[in-house]
Design a protein around this ligand. Structure first.
Ligand code: ZN
Length: 341
């Protein structure tokens, strides 16, 4: 049972350090232009610490037997002062070695005076591998959209730093002391320009609106007040960011790194998948699909009232259609016409 106490207050003093309960909306800034969001307060396992955004370094590229990816958290730790690795991550070592190999190969090709097009073609196996075994570094937050939907927003480190700066600016200016707060948060616009890695920029600004104040127009921060209805929905629709992705042991990561194409190893570490592979002829486990975290597919419980009502309606439509069809059957119509002539 989730209570009000599971929705925490933002703590601006703690530096962010760092679990799944939802298959709701996942959003990113995937188009150019404005993306206004109301960042929501910390939730679930992060409520008590006040952490309202979660930074993740995720390893991708490992497939369960149902062909779904199983991402996990990178365990490489680096001393920020000395820039030395204090804890190693087996998958990072594989990626580093592959990167080095690719770089050497490219140099050899350049040395052999290959053309740019030839190099691109010959390097394709490396770029394909890199895309599959991508290490994703992103900040995740629970947000409210202007259309009232609650979901999980994923942004780059740069965009998060910009948001953080705007949050701090508002707090310093005393214009708004609790921009991500439960009771009186504000809206931020994440404005994206550019669609490529090298030209993408996100500028975060608080959203203002013009209101009538004693007969005169006044520019004020757009009200991010969370209504009791939204607060109630937050309890079931927000993501528990602290536990969303899996923490694996170094031994487990080593086993994956040693056998990247073996889905049996993936299943043995992550647990047998509850959803079947898309090619599986027995794909009929709606309930189990809904239970899986990574699923972003909307599912209908075949025994729900909604589904039963739909089935009843469909039967009704079929019956009517059958009746209509029989009345317009030309033969019947002709017999009818003849008899009544
Ligand atoms: Zn790693």
């Amino acid at each position: 049972m989730v209570t009000n106490n599971d929705i925490g207050e933002a703590n601006y003093d703690s530096s962010f350090t760092k679990r799944p309960n939802s298959n709701n909306a996942n959003w990113s800034l995937n188009t150019e232009g404005s993306h206004p969001y109301r960042v929501l307060p910390p939730f679930g396992s992060l409520a008590s610490s006040g952490q309202w955004a979660k930074y993740e370094r995720l390893h991708w590229g490992f497939y369960a037997s149902n062909k779904k990816q199983r991402p996990f958290r990178c365990v490489r730790r680096i001393d920020s002062k000395t820039k030395t690795v204090i804890q190693e991550c087996p998958q990072c070592l594989v990626i580093d070695a592959r990167f080095e190999e690719g770089r050497n190969y490219r140099e050899t090709l350049i040395h052999q005076k290959k053309s740019q097009d030839e190099i691109k073609l010959l390097m394709e196996k490396y770029s394909t591998w890199n895309r599959r075994f991508n290490t994703e570094k992103r900040y995740f937050m629970n947000v409210l959209r202007p259309d009232g939907q609650i979901g999980r927003l994923k942004i780059s480190k740069e965009a998060f730093m910009d948001l953080r700066a705007e949050v701090d600016k508002l707090r310093r200016s005393l214009e708004h002391t609790n921009p991500v707060g439960r009771d009186d948060g504000v809206w931020f616009d994440f404005h994206r320009t550019g669609m490529h890695i090298d030209d993408t920029k996100v500028k975060v600004t608080p959203v203002y609106e013009t209101v009538n104040m004693n007969g005169r127009p006044a520019k004020v921060l757009k009200d991010g007040k969370l209504t009791p209805e939204i607060m109630e929905r937050m309890k079931t629709e927000m993501f528990d960011l602290g536990v969303y992705y899996r923490d694996l042991s170094r031994d487990e990561i080593q086993r994956l790194a040693d056998a990247p194409d073996d889905s049996e190893v993936v299943d043995s570490i992550f647990g047998a998948p509850v959803t079947p592979a898309p090619s599986d002829p027995n794909v009929n486990e709606f309930k189990e699909m809904a239970a899986e975290n990574e699923s972003e597919v909307e599912t209908i419980d075949p025994n729900s009232d909604e589904e039963l009502a739909l089935v009843a309606k469909l039967e009704e439509l079929r019956r009517i259609k059958k009746d209509v069809k029989s009345t317009v059957d030309p033969k019947v119509f002709f017999e009818h016409y003849k008899a009544n002539k």
